[in-house]
Each structure stands twice: as structure tokens, then as C-alpha cells.
Design a protein around this ligand. Structure first.
Ligand code: HEC
Ligand code: HEC
Length: 285
């Protein structure tokens, strides 16, 4: 990225921060009901471990009405085409063992509730697993199939399918017990200033949500809506791809999708949204 753009952005940010230092603008009171049926919780009392916020909001609340409308009806939601693609893959055998996902999990509805609790500690493996890690574990060890690329289309489509059957359920990620040290690591990353702009996630998404950065209405950077279909790149975007973009925007070296650092950050950010509804696949700009 060239220098003038870096400066423009830094100045834009500094200007925005000056205007409303310490005073976040709360979003308007729009209500999200999908297909006139699924009532989404887009606003909740902040979890006790999210010390610096009193209320958490879904990113949907910060979007323009036209963008919001796309997520209110599956026929309008451009992400649904990817969910349908994944539904086919779900029941297609792959790998040396001749299994499809359906061979063991039957209907995808059997995974209702799963999205809401990931990332999650896996006792047998002794690690915190994201949904992507779990899917690749099933592909490798249950199917004898190749792993999918962490932020690739097949993977993100499948996470959208699995998320879609949990829509409306409150995010409820566990941060205690064996997951705690990774959660602490994620928290530290969240508050660390990086890059030429020396900005942390918190500088933008905690201190400044509700403000405008150039033409963008800054949200709390919640991940209850992932994967998200972005109008900007007209495809589904995974959590780690989004993190990567935000880190890059601070002009910092970014972590690799699927890396332990991003898994820790995902665990932490997910836990900040405990109580909000699973919305994925959502629509954002
Ligand atoms: C041969 C059987 C088998 C196949 C095929 C299989 N899985 Fe699994 N899957 C399992 C088992 C067993 C578990 C529980 C493993 C564990 O907890 O470590 C599991 C767990 C999961 C979970 C986590 C559920 C939870 O409650 O935390 C997800 C998500 C999942 N599988 C998705 C998939 C997808 C997507 C596919 C196809 C790409 C697939 N699985 C293929 C056996 C299978
Ligand atoms: C320079 C300010 C800035 C920084 C620093 C920043 N972001 Fe963002 N982020 C944005 C903007 C602008 C958007 C798009 C508008 C929105 O959804 O807030 C965004 C969007 C997001 C979203 C999508 C939210 C949704 O509802 O779809 C997530 C998640 C996110 N950021 C996480 C992070 C994380 C984690 C970090 C730290 C690694 C971070 N961001 C750092 C500016 C920033």
C-alpha cells in the first residue's frame, strides 16, 4: 500500500477519534427477524468478562437499511447459494473411506447448536478447535480425504451450512477450564497495538464503534454473523480472513489463517459476543 493512502486513513481515523473521544454512538433500534420467523438477538448485556462494554451489538445493527434487508429473507440473502452448494457436498462421498458427512452425521440439523459453542476445547485432541479445524479433522480422519484450505470456498461454504442451522441461538463459548490460557492469549492480542498506525482491535471496535471511518460505520467487530457475505468482494468471508484484513489495515504483518494466534483471537472475540444470536451466514458491506 502506498504512503498517501496510509496517511489518509490515519488522519481519517484520528479525526473520527477526536470528534467523539470516549463517547460511542449506539446504533438505532432496528430489529432483525429472518424469514419472518427467526428472531435474532442483536443486542445483549455484555458478558462479565468484556469489562469495557456494557452492551454488545451485532454488526448487523451498524449496517445501512438496504444491507440489513438482504439478511432478513433467505431468498434475498446472496450467501444462501453457498449454503446450498455445501448441502450437496454434505451428502457427497469423498476420500478413501467412501464416507460423506451425512454417513455419520445424517441430516445437518443434527449439528444444530454446534456453531454457538465454537471455538471449543476438544478433550481427546487436547486443543481448542475452531469449526474449520473440526471439519478438517473429520475429513482427514473420518473420511480419508484431503484437508480443505482453511479459508477456501469449500470450507467457508460448509461453515455457513453448519451455522445456518443454529441461527437465532445465543452464542455461548466457554472460556474457562483448559480453554482459559488460550483465551488470555487472544485477549492480549486484541489489546495489542500493531502496525504503522499503532492500532489495536480495541481502539477501533471498542473505543470507537458507532463512528464513521471514511464511509464505513464502525461496529464492535463481533463474529456472531460469520461467515459473512460481503457486498465488497461478493463472496463468503471467514472469520480469519476478516481478521487478516483488519490487521493488514493497520499496516501490520498479519498472522496466518488457522494459526494458533488467530484461533486464540477467535476464541476471545467469539466470547465477547456471548448472548448475541448466531446469524451466519450474514450480509455485510
Ligand atoms: C466416519 C464418521 C464421520 C464423518 C464421515 C464425518 N464426521 Fe464429523 N464427527 C464425527 C465424530 C465421531 C465426531 C465427534 C468427534 C470429536 O468430538 O472429537 C464428529 C464431530 C463433528 C463436528 C463437531 C460436533 C460437535 O458437537 O462439536 C462437526 C462440526 C463435524 N463433525 C462436521 C463434519 C463434516 C462437515 C463432515 C464432512 C465433511 C464430517 N463431520 C464427517 C464423525 C464423522
Ligand atoms: C482501523 C480500525 C480497525 C482496526 C484496528 C480493526 N478493525 Fe475490524 N473492522 C474495521 C472496519 C472499518 C470494519 C467494517 C465495519 C464494521 O463491521 O465494523 C471492520 C470489521 C470487522 C469485523 C466484521 C464485523 C461484522 O459484523 O461482520 C470483524 C470481526 C473485525 N473487524 C474484527 C477485528 C479484529 C479482531 C481486529 C484486531 C485484530 C480488528 N478488527 C481491527 C476497522 C478496524
Amino acid at each position: 500500500m502506498n504512503r498517501p493512502q496510509t496517511l489518509t486513513r490515519a488522519i481519517a481515523f484520528a479525526a473520527a477519534a477526536c470528534v467523539a473521544a470516549g463517547a460511542n454512538a449506539e446504533p438505532d433500534t432496528d430489529q432483525l427477524v429472518v424469514n419472518e420467523e427467526i428472531e435474532m438477538i442483536t443486542e445483549a448485556a455484555a458478558p462479565a468478562h468484556t469489562e469495557n462494554l456494557s452492551t454488545v451489538y451485532s454488526g448487523w445493527r451498524f449496517r445501512a437499511d438496504e444491507t440489513q434487508a438482504l439478511q432478513m429473507d433467505d431468498f434475498e440473502n446472496p450467501a444462501m447459494i453457498f449454503v446450498e452448494a455445501a448441502a450437496e457436498v454434505w451428502s457427497t462421498a469423498d476420500g478413501t473411506k467412501g464416507n460423506s458427512c451425512a454417513s455419520c452425521h445424517e441430516d445437518v440439523e443434527s449439528l444444530r447448536g454446534v456453531r454457538a459453542v465454537y471455538p471449543k476445547w476438544n478433550e481427546a485432541a487436547g486443543e481448542v478447535r475452531t469449526l474449520e479445524m473440526q471439519i478438517n479433522d473429520c475429513r482427514e480422519n473420518q473420511m480419508g480425504a484431503d484437508k480443505w484450505k482453511y479459508t477456501g470456498g469449500d470450507m467457508t461454504n460448509m461453515t455457513a451450512l453448519i451455522s445456518s442451522v443454529s441461527r437465532g441461538m445465543p452464542v455461548n463459548v466457554a472460556i474457562d477450564g483448559p480453554a482459559q490460557s488460550m483465551w488470555e492469549q487472544g485477549k492480549e492480542l486484541y489489546y495489542t497495538r500493531t502496525g504503522q498506525l499503532e492500532l489495536s482491535c480495541a481502539n477501533c471496535h471498542e473505543d470507537s464503534y458507532g463512528m464513521m471511518i471514511r464511509a464505513d460505520h464502525l461496529s464492535q467487530g463481533q463474529i456472531n454473523g460469520f461467515p459473512t457475505y460481503r457486498l465488497k468482494n461478493t463472496k463468503l468471508n471467514s472469520v480469519h480472513a476478516r481478521f487478516k484484513g483488519c490487521v493488514r489495515d493497520t499496516r501490520a504483518e498479519t498472522f496466518k489463517p488457522g494459526s494458533a494466534d488467530f484461533v486464540a483471537l477467535e476464541l476471545y472475540v467469539a466470547s465477547r459476543g456471548n448472548g448475541l444470536s448466531v446469524e451466519g451466514p450474514s450480509v455485510r458491506n
